[in-house]
Each structure stands twice: as C-alpha cells, then as structure tokens.
Design a protein around this ligand. Structure first.
Ligand code: GBH
Length: 454
C-alpha cells in the first residue's frame, strides 16, 4: 500500500533565515588595491611552507571586482541573506590612524548592489584579517589592538548603519588566537606560551565588547549584534540521560573561556583553577565591557566530539574518533550531523540566549571538477540535508534557532589550505574566475524556496 508520509519534509518557521556566508580575505582579492593595507594573511601566505603551495589571498575569487555578478547569481538561487565580513585593512590600512575613504566606498558599493538584488547583509567586523601594522605592534597580545578595534568598529558601524541591521563582532575567537599564537598554523604563525595565548583571547573578548558598544551607540533603530563562536561541541554517545548529562558537563568545561566567561561576567572559578598561573591579566572594567548584553549568539557548527558518562573525576569521557570514522577532506571535519542539535541545545540550556543563528555550516573537499558543465557534489548535498534535519529537530525541541548560513557561497581561499580545499556551493575556477553552481546550490535553492527539508 502507498504511504504519503515524508516525515523529514517538515517545514521551517516562516521567519527562519536561510543564508550563505563568506569572509573578506577569503573571497575579495584586490589585496593591494585602492589603498588597502597589508593583512597578517597577506604576510603569512608568503612565509615558505605555511600555506598549501604558497597560495596567497591576492586574487581569491576576485569578488572585489565581481561582487555585482556574484549577488546576481545569489539572487537567482533565491538566497536573500548573506553573511560577509569587512576587511579592517581596507578601512584603516595601518589598523589605526589614517582612514582610507576608498575602503569605505567599496563597501558602500557592495551594500548598494546587495540592496538592488534584494539581499540582506549580516556583517562580521573581524574575520581574521588583522592589519599587519598592528601585528608589528604586538597584534592580539597587545591592548594597542583593542584600542584600534574600538575606533575601527565605531567608524564602520557609523558608516554603514543605514545599510546594515545585523552585526557580528568577531568570528571564532579561539581559532585565530589559539592557532595564530599557539600552534602557529594560522596567521601570524607565532608559537607563544599558554600565558600569552590566554591574553590574546582576553583581548579579543574586549574587542567583542567594543563591537557591541559600537552597535548600541551608532547602529540605529532595529540594529542587532552578537558574537560568532566556534563552541566546542559534544555529542552524547547514546541519548540516555547519563550520557546527555556527561556531554553537557564536558560542553560547559570546554566552553568556559569564551561563552562561559561572557555569561558569568568573569572567568569562572573552575576555569581559573584549570589555567592556574597562565590566567589572563584582567583590568578593572574589562568584564563590564565583555559581558554587555547581546541580541543573539552566532555558532559555526561543523563537527563534534562524542562524549559518554564515565567513572572519572568529571563524570565524562571524550572519545577519539577512529581513523576510519567518516570525514570530509579537511581532517578535522568528521561528519557528525547531531552536533547541530546538541550544540544549539546545550547553548540554549546553559547560556539562555534569546536567539541562536548558525552563522556557518558546511564541508570542504579537494577534487570537485566541473564535468559537462556540472559539479555533482552529492556529498555536500547529503551533508547539508543531514545537518538541516538536526537543526529542524532542535527547533522542534524548543531551541530558539532562528537561522542558518551555509559556508560557503563560493569556493574560496581556505586559509592554510589555500585554494585546494573547496567549501562552496558555487564552483570557482580560479584560473578563469568562471562560476558554476554545484548540485548542492540547486538543492539549497529548492530548500530555501520551499522552506523545508527536501
Ligand atoms: C571556519 O572555521 C572559518 O570561520 C572559515 O573562515 C573557514 O573557511 C571554515 O571554517 C572552513 O574551515 O587544525 O586540527 O587544530 C571552522 C572551525 C576550527 C576549523 C579549528 C579548523 C582547526 C582544526 N575551525 N579547526 S586543527
């Protein structure tokens, strides 16, 4: 007998935001045009051995010159929300000091084009392209960067308040601090002590606070602001209460230094006990700024760690995935769709944000050739569908998850992996700059149109 059931075709709420995301250094190119200053990634890419085959962000997707055609393509796919970032070195080539009007003019053109194509901007103030001049003065280890960011964020929010209603302060604080100053695998490639690294993310937290303050002061009516965090994600090995409780305890411990500190308005006792003498130096007034109320929490969700209940001090045990656990070509990107459900649910339960947006979710693969005018990326279609199902499940269980941005709109400069690793739903031929929407773009376009999982 026939069945008409299509359980997972459940609809998303009418106001659920479906978007795509990208970042300035990864797509714009024009790295030295119209007065843009050098960024730490422009410098880092030229250090031999740091980036795959020495690839640089010099040209990337040439979005700087092609944004209008890119927004036309976005619109043709039915995408009406786009998360982008502003390149700090375009606005202040030296990080502070002289303002570069040509940099502001570029983003005025970008926002005008988005408006023409019916696309709403979600703007990240900082997505890793620190002006090299600030790095030369200590970078994230120094309060000089915090003061410079305060001026930069005031300038940018003031300049674009008419065009932008959704602001994100910083992208993934722990990523650019731990990997930029600890392991040295991202720009600026430094290997500092734990004490110094901890100071870098304290400074980044202060910048988050300055960003929030800038939006409150200059954002105008209806402006909202939040942080985008790459929270550590735990997934209970079974959905029995004991494993869920263990996964939640791990989640609280592992997210203490960013989300925990913002919520508590201080570094928590547990966290301070863990870092001991390496605790960041905190000045009076720091946490008043850091814990300013925000309107939403942005989460970049890609993968997760399995956790189960155990007879340990903490009551939990985190498991290491065996090498044959399925993953994308990025080795860290194990395919764990349930991370979408548990990350948003634990964030909601632990921190109580009024609204959560997935500001990134996606997967990277190395070989995705265009064959007969097509890229049949069924692997990405599967990934997106599986994670969206878990997003829908979170909403059904009462999590205030209000939107989802797919990373990324187009293949781009994947940091130390260069142009080798492709995250786009649109293929970019970096030699010719020809764009080809992949099968996943058509799929996502249909999902957006019908507002349900197809
Ligand atoms: C995002 O970070 C970024 O925001 C975005 O710019 C980027 O293009 C996208 O992901 C895809 O990578 O080297 O084993 O220590 C994703 C979260 C967390 C991924 C840290 C890389 C380093 C793993 N990142 N992770 S490891």
């Amino acid at each position: 007998p026939a069945t008409t059931a299509l359980t997972y075709a459940s609809a998303f709420p009418a106001d659920f935001v479906f978007g795509v995301a990208a970042a300035s250094a990864q797509i714009e190119g024009a790295a030295f045009e119209d007065g843009k200053g050098e960024s730490v990634w422009d410098r880092f890419a030229r250090i031999p051995g740091k980036v795959y085959q020495g690839h640089t962000p010099d040209v990337a997707c040439d979005h700087y010159h092609r944004f209008d055609e890119d927004f036309a393509l976005m619109a043709s796919l039915g995408i009406k929300q786009y998360r982008l970032s502003i390149a700090w070195p375009r606005i202040y080539p030296n990080g502070d000091g002289a303002l570069n009007q040509a940099g502001l003019d570029f983003y005025h053109r970008v926002f005008a084009s988005m408006k023409k194509h019916g696309i709403e901007p979600w703007v990240t103030l900082f997505h890793w392209d620190l002006p090299q001049s600030l790095e030369d003065r200590g970078g994230w280890t120094s309060r000089v960067t915090v003061d410079a960011f305060a001026t930069y964020s005031d300038t940018v929010v003031k300049a674009f308040a008419k065009d932008v209603k959704h602001w994100i302060t910083l992208n993934e604080i722990l990523c650019f601090t731990l990997l930029g100053y600890g392991t040295g695998t991202k720009a600026p490639g430094r290997k500092e002590s734990a004490k110094v690294v901890n100071q870098t993310y304290h400074h980044a937290l202060l910048c988050h606070g300055h960003g929030v303050r800038a939006v409150r002061k200059f954002g105008g009516k209806g402006a909202v602001v939040g942080l985008t965090d790459n929270c550590a994600v735990s997934v209970p090995v079974t959905e029995k209460p004991a494993d869920i409780a263990a996964a939640k305890a791990w989640f609280i411990d592992r997210n203490a230094q960013i989300l925990g500190a913002i919520q508590a308005g201080k570094y928590t006792a547990n966290f301070l006990a863990r870092v001991g003498a390496d605790a960041p130096d905190v000045r009076p007034g720091d946490f008043a700024l850091i814990s300013l109320p925000t309107d939403f929490l942005g989460l970049n969700i890609y993968s997760g760690t399995f956790v189960r209940a155990a007879k340990t001090d903490t009551g939990y045990e985190a498991l290491t995935n065996p090498t044959n656990y399925p993953r994308a070509d990025s080795p860290w990107l194990r395919l764990v769709p349930q991370s979408m459900y548990w990350a948003t649910r634990f964030c909601h339960e632990v921190y109580g944000h009024a609204a959560i947006y997935i500001t990134e979710n996606g997967c990277g693969y190395d070989d995705e050739p265009v064959v007969n005018g097509e890229v049949v990326d069924l692997h990405r279609r599967d990934y997106v569908r599986a994670y969206l199902r878990e997003a829908h499940r979170a909403i059904s269980d009462g999590v205030p998850l209000n939107g989802y941005f797919l990373w990324s709109f187009i293949d781009n400069y994947e940091w130390e992996d260069g142009y080798q690793r492709r995250f786009g739903i649109v293929h970019c031929d970096f030699a010719t700059q020809v764009r080809t929407p992949k099968l996943s773009a058509r799929y996502y376009s249909d999902v957006i149109k019908e507002r349900k999982i197809l």
